[in-house]
Ligand binder design. Structure first.
Ligand SMILES: Cc1cc2nc3c(=O)[nH]c(=O)nc-3n(C[C@H](O)[C@H](O)[C@H](O)COP(=O)(O)OP(=O)(O)OC[C@H]3O[C@@H](n4cnc5c(N)ncnc54)[C@H](O)[C@@H]3O)c2cc1C
Length: 458
């Protein structure tokens, strides 16, 4: 297939991925003498930090996504191809995609990350993830479908398994979604489901480590724990989910939490692409880059954002997978391209940490700033709202999100709880959009009779 990219006298820079990093880099190169070709498997930029709000009915999916072509309308050196990149070939300088091959002079890999199930096959098959807009819409539908099903069950244990929600992973995503679900249980569900006894519904946040919000300050960790407990979330620290089968989330070989709803927010891997030398890929599938974001040993190939593993003196495990890192690396790489074009030496990248934050619920958020400064509560919540509103792409999205938030603050409601695309496990797709195996359809409902214990053959 011909990808029909025009020939130009300028060098061609191919960027794979239009997330925070790829989008920013392509924008920064607007006036540079280079042909910018962006490839993404979606035709929209997705604002991942607000996915959990789509999953819990607080925001419309359209207000956290923006069409890529619209963002770049009028940028003359910009070309977009909707395609899935299958592999890169540094020897021939070709990117192989499902629409054909694209040649490059410079290549920037900005493919982000994929959910990491740590090789636990039953979780990969049965857990809900929250990494893309389809994931978030599936999750929303699935939870409300299960409430509708719970109404039809007379067996209390089966009903409870449909109502229970287990969130695995006590990082910002796990904390944010648990808080949002707990608010929904308090404000929305009693009005919608007066027939259900919601005291039966448990929201359980499971974290393998000794604290929530691992990289944040002790004060923020304690505040987040207290906020969640006050909202009635059961937090289980130092607990790992080992498998999830037949609607049982096992935290030891025999002990389990009965649930149909398990949300996996316990980690991500880099989305490194096939074709790069094995030595450049880390155990968690990130690409080793030097201080200039160049892939080790491959001049002309760069990686930025979540997929790039840049080790620094104060971050020996690599820079964190955060949107500001992705954006700062994009800004810096654009500047270095300009330096190189002028025959100057590129500058090493330095991450400027502006702080981290997590929201738990209405009027409750925690914020850590550099120099050990923290704040929380209402001001933390306002700061979180302001920063996220300002970073959303597009004026329309900012206005719609603001109206949705103002509406739910005013009447304690989350309006978006339609089951418009009923979720079926058979249709479940992974981060790459690949359909899961057919046998997922066979996942049975929760059966209160424990499964027979297998005895080894004599
Ligand atoms: C639920 C959730 C909440 C988060 N909350 C926060 C937060 O509060 N604050 C914060 O700073 N960070 C947060 N993050 C992390 C933040 O979203 C990432 O750090 C950021 O998105 C990284 O940007 P990126 O450009 O590297 O990758 P991404 O934004 O993931 O973009 C990667 C792009 O590459 C495309 N792509 C990937 N592989 C291919 C391929 N083979 N072919 C074609 N296209 C491909 C994808 O479609 C995607 O558009 C959150 C992440 C998640 C999932």
């Amino acid at each position: 297939m011909d990808t029909n990219l025009p020939k130009t006298a300028h060098p061609r820079l191919v960027i794979i991925g239009c997330g925070f990093a790829g989008l920013r880099l392509a924008q920064q190169l607007k006036h540079d003498p280079v042909q910018v070709v962006v490839i993404d498997r979606h035709n929209y930029h997705n604002f991942q930090p607000l996915l959990y709000q789509v999953a819990t009915g607080a925001l419309e999916a359209d207000s956290i996504a923006y069409p890529i072509r619209k963002i770049f309308a009028g940028q003359k050196n910009f070309f977009f191809r909707l395609a899935d990149v299958e592999r890169v070939d540094p020897a021939t300088k070709l990117v192989h995609t499902n629409i054909g091959e694209i040649s490059y002079d410079y290549l920037v890999i900005a493919t982000g990350s994929l959910t990491n199930f740590f090789g636990i096959e039953s979780l990969e098959r049965n857990a809900m993830q929250i990494k893309s807009i389809p994931n978030a819409l599936n999750l929303r539908s699935y939870i409300f479908q299960n409430f509708e099903k719970a109404l039809l069950k007379s067996d209390p244990e089966q009903r409870q398994a449909l109502l229970n929600i287990v969130v695995v992973g006590g990082g910002p995503t796990g904390v944010e979604i648990s808080g949002s679900l707990a608010e929904m249980r308090r404000t929305v569900l009693p009005k919608d489901y007066p027939e259900l006894d919601l005291s039966q519904m448990k929201i359980i946040l499971v974290e393998a480590g000794p604290a929530l919000l691992g990289p944040m300050s002790k004060k923020s960790q304690d505040d987040a724990l207290r906020y969640l407990q006050n909202l009635g979330v059961e937090v289980r620290l130092n607990t790992g989910i080992k498998r999830f089968e037949e609607c049982r989330a096992y935290y030891s070989d025999t002990e389990f939490i009965p649930t149909e709803n398990l949300i996996w927010a316990a980690g991500v891997n880099g989305a490194a692409l096939p074709g790069l030398p094995e030595a450049t890929i880390t155990r968690n599938k990130r690409i080793n880059v030097n201080q200039w974001n160049q892939v080790e040993g491959l001049p002309g190939i760069f990686a930025i954002g979540d997929v790039a593993n840049m080790v620094t003196e104060d971050m020996p495990k690599g820079l964190p997978m955060l949107a500001p890192v992705a954006q700062q690396q994009a800004d810096h790489l654009a500047e270095n391209f300009r330096r190189l074009a002028k025959g100057q030496q590129p500058e090493p990248f330095k991450y400027f940490n502006k702080g981290v934050m997590a929201i738990v619920a209405r009027n409750k958020a925690v914020v850590d700033l550099p120099k050990d400064l923290h704040f929380n509560g209402f001001f933390g919540w306002l700061t979180w709202l302001f920063v996220h509103l300002m970073t959303l792409v597009g004026f329309r999205n900012k206005v719609v999100a603001f109206i949705d938030w103002a509406f739910s603050y005013w009447n304690s409601d989350k309006a978006l709880r339609l089951i418009i695309r009923p979720f079926n496990r058979r249709d479940m797709k992974d981060d790459r959009g690949k359909r899961a195996a057919e046998h997922q359809a066979a996942t049975p409902e929760y059966n209160p009779t424990p499964p027979a214990i297998q005895t080894p053959a004599a």
